[in-house]
Design a protein around this ligand. Structure first.
Ligand code: ZN
Ligand code: ZN
Ligand code: ZN
Length: 444
């Protein structure tokens, strides 16, 4: 085993393997960076970003054969060929019918790379790709069916260039990718692609993370968001931390098969009441459940639990709804929830965030601001996110950019400055995202 300076793997009976620091790190310091073992650009980003390095820019050069992959230049194209050739001729042959899932595309690349790369590579200084955790035994039928569909896609679209391993080995690999794959997101948290980083996959989850993972191209960078002393565990958050403890726990169990026992989850009752904010009232039994409707009747607990169920269902349905219906869904659910929940209730915040996204997508700046301005996740004395959160920086970034395009420069500068303060810690001061934003600040 090689090593990464300042870091060591450990294993504990409760959590299995993990990563800890062997020296101190301060907020904003880089613990390590890790190139992708394999990465794949989302189909929807083709033409906007380079298929190899994920750089977003104008005037990318197109692959002459398939006309579907785009590159910065000849050297990016050349460097990607060993992976792109898995798809290039198949995309021509299948035409419109070429539709493997992103997970199948990534697994194809991992299989090809395993064949090419016999030595331990730079993303495996501590953990080998084959040593990543799989949860095959824990998967429910829905997950199993999805994997079978992905395996079918793999053999349909990739078998020409791949020696497909045994079914059992494929099941394990798909499970490893499901639990250890990283979504590569841009500065506004838009999905750009998927990748695997064996060394980063070693990091366990906490709802009170000590580090954040950001991306520079396809390279993952791990920076401290808390001061760390020797022996401290390196902990990232696997999920969006906006939601109440019960929601976070069930999400983690569903996707990652463990029960979170982090300090934030231990504060269960308090945290839950804080995040599910109800309408204000003079009728006050305890601080967090101040309840009153317009005619002073307290809201029945049944109404609250029904509304919570309604909110969760809407959030789930929203994920699979057709784009044309999204805004109406947001508006309707916000009206319904508005009768019981305050604007700072997390389900209301969630829907407003979605509504803002839909408006940005439809290039409706006024609509985006109408929702976005209510969002900043800091109400009264309650911070819904930890001090350094990409969810918060991306929100300020979106808001700031909308203000700037509308010519509302002072509000724009204020929002962008807030984004910069978080991103300088999470992304590092020299990241090209920060250079871009600093340029935006001076443009009028
Ligand atoms: Zn490139
Ligand atoms: Zn091609
Ligand atoms: Zn937790």
């Amino acid at each position: 085993m090689k090593n990464i300076d300042g870091l060591e793997m450990f294993s504990s009976p409760e959590k299995g393997r993990g990563l800890r620091v062997s020296r101190g790190f301060s907020v904003g310091e880089l613990l390590f960076s890790c190139p992708a073992y394999s990465s794949v650009l989302s189909v929807s980003e083709r033409g906007s970003c380079c298929d190899l390095c994920f750089r977003r820019k104008q005037g990318l050069a197109r692959c002459g054969k398939c006309k579907k992959a785009f590159y910065c230049n000849a050297s990016c194209q050349k460097a990607d060929w060993a992976m792109h050739k898995l798809e290039c001729s198949a995309m021509v042959a299948f035409g419109e019918n070429w539709c493997p899932s992103e997970r199948s595309r990534l697994v194809a690349r991992i299989l090809a790379k395993k064949k090419l790369q016999k030595e331990r590579c730079d993303s495996e200084k501590i953990l080998l790709i084959g040593e990543m955790q799989s949860h095959l035994e824990d998967e429910d039928n829905e997950k199993k069916e999805k994997t079978e569909a992905d395996i079918a896609g793999l053999s349909r679209f990739f078998s020409k260039h791949l020696e497909v391993p045994s079914h059992r080995d494929l099941l394990t690999l798909f499970s490893q990718v499901a639990c250890n794959g990283f979504t590569i997101e841009d500065d506004e948290l838009s999905h750009m692609g998927t990748a695997v980083y064996p060394d980063v996959a070693l990091i366990n989850h906490s709802c009170l993370p000590s580090v954040i993972v950001t991306f520079n191209g396809t390279k993952a960078e791990v920076r401290a968001v808390q001061d760390m002393k020797p022996g401290d565990e390196v902990l990232i958050s696997y999920i969006d931390l906006l939601y109440p403890t019960d929601d976070r726990k069930s999400r983690l169990r569903e996707s990652y098969y463990f029960t979170c026992e982090c300090p934030e989850c231990q504060k269960k009752i308090q945290g839950r009441n804080k995040k599910i904010k109800l309408k204000k009232t003079s009728f006050s039994k305890n601080f967090f459940f101040r309840i009153q409707t317009i005619n002073s009747d307290p809201i029945e607990p049944q109404v609250i639990s029904n509304m919570t169920r309604y909110a969760k269902n809407t959030i789930r349905e929203f994920r699979s709804a057709p784009p044309s219906e999204l805004l109406e869904m947001c508006e309707q659910s916000l009206e319904e929830m508005g009768a019981v929940f305050e604007d700072s209730n997390i389900y209301v915040l969630h829907m407003m965030y979605q509504a803002m996204g839909v408006c940005i997508y439809m290039q409706d700046a006024d609509g985006a601001l109408r929702y976005g301005e209510k969002l900043p996740f800091k109400k009264t004395n309650i911070n819904l996110y930890p001090p350094y959160s990409l969810n918060v920086s991306s929100l300020y970034l979106k808001l700031g950019r909308i203000y700037m395009t509308m010519g509302r420069h002072s509000e724009g500068i204020k929002a962008l400055t807030k984004a910069i303060a978080i991103m300088e810690v999470a992304h590092g001061k020299d990241h090209h995202y920060l250079q871009d934003i600093r340029k935006e600040l001076t443009q009028k």
